[in-house]
Design a protein around this ligand. Structure first.
Ligand code: C5P
Length: 234
């Protein structure tokens, strides 16, 4: 399975995003990037096309969650943007996940990688029980959602680097894990709580690590990106 570092383009505008991407030398391999809600809602599909045209692979992180027909049709639109990876909430249930796969599949049979969010890491055990009314402990809930995503035909899940090994064990070696919460040794942790270094994430079986601020806010982002790639891929 392909392993790679994905750079989170958490910027509010096209200008800031392109200024960041312009720092990467022409003629070198372009980083795989993640476009989230902030940038997508600010700039719309044109920013996706523009970054794609510059030669980047794109993970469009919009976390869809709606009735199956709506998600299917939205996914068909996103697939037409030629993105490489998209996601949804596993809480939409297997009918929604299967519909998403149908919508994503292009006439030629190709489609972006589809991964699921299980439980947001911002949801704690108390809100799981008291607000979502889920009595099953968090770790078991996450694994059950991951298994449901795998059974629905999805390619993987977003999970913490600490959960990656267990997800692989339960859902199969080819079920991919995409993990944020990665920091360089000795670096600023910011608001991430349970973090791992790129090398530890690799040891734990993560397929893709998502890194934002340690790269985007670095004094030398290109050097930080290269460091992440060399530590993660070895
Ligand atoms: O800057 P940082 O490396 O913390 O960025 C991590 C990226 O991964 C952000 O875009 C954040 O929204 C995303 N993410 C996360 N934790 C999750 C899911 C997504 O940090 N559980």
């Amino acid at each position: 399975m392909a392993k790679d570092v994905i750079v989170a383009l958490d910027f509010p505008s096209r200008e800031e995003t392109l200024a960041f991407l312009d720092r990467f030398p022409a003629g070198e391999a372009k980083p795989f990037v993640k476009i989230g809600m902030e940038l997508y809602y600010a700039e719309g599909p044109s920013i996706v096309r523009e970054i794609k045209a510059r030669g980047h692979r794109i993970f469009l992180d919009l976390k869809l969650h709606d009735i199956p027909n709506t998600v299917k049709r939205a996914m068909a639109v996103l697939s037409g943007l030629e993105v490489d990876m998209v996601n949804l909430h596993a809480a939409g249930t297997s009918a929604m996940m299967k519909a998403a796969l149908e919508g994503l599949t292009r006439p030629g049979g190709t489609r972006p990688i589809l991964i699921a969010v299980t439980q947001l890491t911002s949801t704690g055990p108390e809100s799981l029980k008291d607000e979502l009314l889920i009595e099953t402990p968090m770790a078991e809930t996450v694994l059950a959602y991951a298994k449901n995503a795998a059974a629905s035909g999805l390619d993987g899940v977003v999970c913490s680097p600490l959960e990656a090994a267990l997800v692989k064990e339960r859902c199969g070696r080819d079920f991919c894990t995409v993990t944020p919460g990665v920091r360089f040794a000795g670096g600023d942790v910011g608001d991430q709580k349970r973090v791992m270094t790129p090398a530890q994430a690799a040891e734990n079986g993560c397929d893709y690590i998502v890194m934002g601020r340690p790269i985007t806010q670095a004094e030398d982002p290109v050097e930080a990106y290269r460091r992440a790639v060399s530590e993660f891929l070895g």
